[in-house]
Design a protein around this ligand. Structure first.
Ligand code: BGC
Length: 689
């Protein structure tokens, strides 16, 4: 199954870079063309390898580009193109390019090895379309694309035989080594100029003659250039495909009767599978491996959207993302302490060390370029509860309780301790959570956010459930205290119309639609929330909030109000975050609003395929891929349209399929068993292996 785009337009350079992204959970390489340079956003991004330059934002580093090629008469940026096509084989994670110019034809094939995680491979072919003398150059481009750089204080390049060895040192004094070997069927000369370290060919060619170059680029400190001859293109390609296919063994999902939607789902799956590294000690950043936006940071996206997919598809990777939270507990504890609280307040934007990396000025005014003060890091306290919920989801879906012994329970305990120290017991005898931000980031500094308070209640319930596991560790909060805390957490109740107020005072805000609020902006990139945003004094919300609470937590005493809350909040929701539509799609399906469920599901599944996506938060560029939306699409299909429910370890389905769906088939893991499910309008058939 392939994603194919024919024709060429410079306007698509950035979006195709995301769309045709290759990655292997450790490195990402954007779907750019070989003649591109940093201005076309060539990014070879490393996961978990961050660097900070002066007082700019700390972000993941990019490596130099080993796949730079230039052919006279064959550069899409300079020469007239006759025919052009790019392809992404999403079952095998292989990128291919076919371009015909007047005098040459270019074909390339590229993969980021899923088998050998430090290896990236490319084959580049130039076919002469006439008798001519052809100039071709290829090699390493060390003019690296960086948003908040420069990240390298030294860049050393050395040519050894047919290899180029790069050694760089970052501002944080980390070493980056990349060895790239270039195999070509004709002799070459070598020269370095202006950050381009190139093998050059000047050759008389007859019509039909071919020049083929194979590049093996290896990120390492240890491999010696003479070891690079071990790589064989076909063998590495086979190994890569086999490993990538293995990732698809335990999970698949297909829609029959809607080819477009089915393709988007397969593509969403692709975007998720390229982020899996079963040996990773890192988690999955909000923009995957598509570059440096969002500081390469890990947000609640992983716990609330991606992890529920991972427990069904790759429990090992699901576990890795939680071990990452266990390993970064220190960062969460320091953040709590710095802000005057106890326990663990996880970073809203977390990198390798778990320290808070969310800037105090995360967006800018697109007109004045002034930074705008935001409080996401200080006030979005739900992040800690999201981690607890994810731990519980992992343990209950996999039966792997070892995670609790290996630090999981300690995380739960420290989170509860944080919430206890954050809570204010008011005159009603209840614990309130004041001056927070919920998932709807437009309204800052609000009191008693429904999502946050219900989540905290759930987190404390989870802490009580696993209390036995805590025997081995020093308990920061006793069982009696936990019970007292849980019983007195204030959770807003539905009003006389059955609506749960998103936060204290929300109902009093101006009743206006997102469309009308947007008309009040002076610039299309303007940030709608925060102190001065046009949405702030209104009921317009950025994303699912009460609906996220009802859909993700399904509190048994409140779930009957889903329908009324869905109808109430949907018209106020801007869906300014890519996370929003999947939560609403599930709600819509459960409320039998199938048309809305289907279109919101498609909004999630098409996000990286040219569907609507926000590229700016204020004036700050935030483009890239959207793994949480990809996972959200799969979850809306499973938990919404297919109506999957897990109650007391029993799985059931209540289909809400659109009329044109013949059936949906899926394979997934649950509690160590592999299940096959077929759902159609009449019902479902579930089989365990
Ligand atoms: C959303 C957050 C999300 C972040 C990263 C923001 O726009 O409001 O909920 O975690 O993007 O995807």
């Amino acid at each position: 199954m392939k994603l194919i785009k024919e024709g060429y337009s410079k306007d698509n350079i950035i979006s195709y870079g995301n769309m045709f992204l290759l990655a292997n959970g450790r490195f990402g390489y954007r779907g750019t063309l070989e003649e591109y340079r940093k201005n076309q956003l060539v990014n070879f991004t490393a996961l978990g390898f961050y660097d900070k330059y002066q007082d700019l934002w700390r972000e993941p580093i990019n490596l130099p580009n080993p796949f730079y090629f230039h052919v006279d008469g064959g550069s899409i940026l300079e020469d007239d193109i006759i025919d052009h096509k790019v392809e992404l084989d999403i079952k095998n994670a292989v990128f291919a390019r076919f371009s015909t110019f007047k005098t040459v034809k270019i074909e390339s094939k590229r993969f980021v090895s899923s088998f050998n995680k430090d290896l990236l491979v490319e084959e580049y072919k130039v076919i002469s379309l006439c008798d001519q003398t052809l100039n071709i150059s290829f090699g390493l481009d060390t003019d690296i694309s960086e948003i908040n750089g420069p990240h390298y204080i030294t860049k050393r390049v050395k040519k050894i035989n047919n290899s180029i060895v790069f050694n760089g040192t970052t501002n944080e004094r980390k070493l980056v080594s990349l060895v790239s070997t270039y195999r070509c069927n004709v002799p070459t000369e070598f020269s370095s100029e202006n950050n381009l370290h190139l093998f050059k060919i000047n050759k008389e060619m007859k019509k039909g003659d071919e020049i083929v170059v194979q590049v093996f680029s290896f990120v390492t400190k240890f491999i010696h250039t003479d070891k690079l001859h071990i790589f064989n293109f076909e063998r590495e390609l086979e190994r890569h495909k086999e490993s990538f296919n293995k990732l698809q063994n335990d999970f698949s999902i297909s829609i029959y009767g809607d080819d477009e939607a089915n393709f988007e789902v397969q593509y969403s799956l692709y975007q998720l599978l390229i982020l899996i590294d079963e040996n990773s000690v890192m988690s999955i950043p909000a923009r995957g491996l598509s570059g440096q936006t969002y500081k390469g940071a890990i947000f609640w996206d992983t716990e609330m959207f991606i992890l529920p997919f991972l427990v069904f598809s790759n429990p090992k990777m699901a576990r890795n993302t939680l071990v990452y939270r266990i390993n970064t507990l220190g960062g969460a504890k320091s953040k709590a302490k710095e802000l005057g609280y106890k326990g663990a307040f996880y970073a809203w934007e977390s990198q390798d060390d778990g320290k808070e990396r969310c800037s105090k000025y995360n967006v800018t005014d697109p007109i004045t370029n002034e930074p705008i003060r935001t409080y996401f890091g200080e006030k979005q306290i739900h992040i800690s509860g999201d981690v607890v919920l994810a731990i519980d989801r992992y343990v209950t879906s996999t039966c792997d309780t070892t995670l609790l012994d290996e630090g999981g329970y300690q995380v739960i305990d420290e989170v509860v301790k944080f919430y206890k120290s954050f809570a204010k017991k008011l005159d009603d005898g209840k614990y309130h959570f004041l001056d927070v931000i919920g998932p709807d980031e437009y309204h800052e500094g609000i009191n008693d956010n429904a999502y946050t308070n219900y989540l905290i209640h759930r987190a404390v319930t989870i802490a009580i459930k696993y209390n036995d596991f805590s025997n081995k560790i020093k308990k920061p909060v006793s069982l009696e205290e936990l019970i007292e805390f849980k019983n007195n957490i204030y959770r807003p109740s539905p009003n006389e119309n059955g609506i749960i107020e998103q936060f204290d005072g929300y109902f009093k805000l101006e009743d206006v639609s997102p469309e009308d609020v947007k008309k009040r902006t002076k610039n299309p990139k303007e940030y709608l929330g925060g102190t001065k945003g046009v949405a702030t004094p209104t009921r317009v919300i950025k994303q699912a909030d009460v609906i996220a609470m009802l859909v993700f937590l399904r509190p048994s005493s409140k779930i009957q109000y889903l329908d009324r809350n869905y109808k109430f909040y949907l018209p106020y929701t801007e869906h300014g975050s890519s996370l929003s539509s999947s939560a609403y799609s599930i709600a819509a399906a459960l409320c039998d609003d199938i048309d809305a469920a289907y279109s919101l599901f498609r909004k999630s599944s098409s996000i990286d395929l040219g569907g609507e996506q926000k590229k700016y938060a204020g004036g700050v560029y935030i483009g890239g891929t959207h793994p949480a939306s990809n996972a959200g699409a799969i979850l809306s299909l499973m938990c919404g349209l297919m109506g999957m429910r897990v109650i007391d370890e029993e799985i059931s389905f209540e289909p809400h399929l659109p009329d044109h769906f013949e059936k949906v088939e899926a394979t997934f893991l649950f509690r160590g068993i592999k299940y096959h499910i077929t759902v159609n309008k009449e019902g479902y058939k579930l089989q365990g292996e």
